[in-house]
Ligand binder design. Sequence first.
Ligand SMILES: [Zn+2]
Length: 170
Amino acid sequence: MGGDIFPMMNGKTLQDIPFIFIGVDIGENIGAMGDGVLRYGDAVYLGTAKTNRAVPSMWRIGDDIAQRPTNAADYFETEGEQARKRFWHEFGHHVQQQYGVTNAAEYVSPVLEKKPLATLGNIKMKELAPSDYACINVREWFAENFSLYAMGRKDLLSKEFLNMMEGILK
Ligand SMILES: [Zn+2]
């Protein structure tokens, strides 16, 4: 497996990684991850991070952008699924920050923060974003896409992102 982004997986799939919590962000972010440290907001523990939607979004890439969900959590119905999505979003930041990084210069400018922008450009990235949150910047774009990939929802992703993931995982 090129890049060794999941050396702990030992042939398992992304879905097999144990559900872990490390640290709490009191009153701050719903989740955060940087430099290998994952934190979940207290809202996730308290159950107040759930989206307000009555039913999961049925939006797909190519549909009217004005109807696109705010957050990829909107594709999931239960609090548990949404919490799992949020975990994978944060883990996606870890991948995006660390994949292919072997020295200080690459750490400052990681390959996965440059590649989507260089390959697709800002406008195309926004067209291919599964949520409005994914349009904030290339880091959130990768993390939102990655979260849906890890949740097994390839039906919500662009072929461009799926190609990118295939390149990472092979
Ligand atoms: Zn994020």
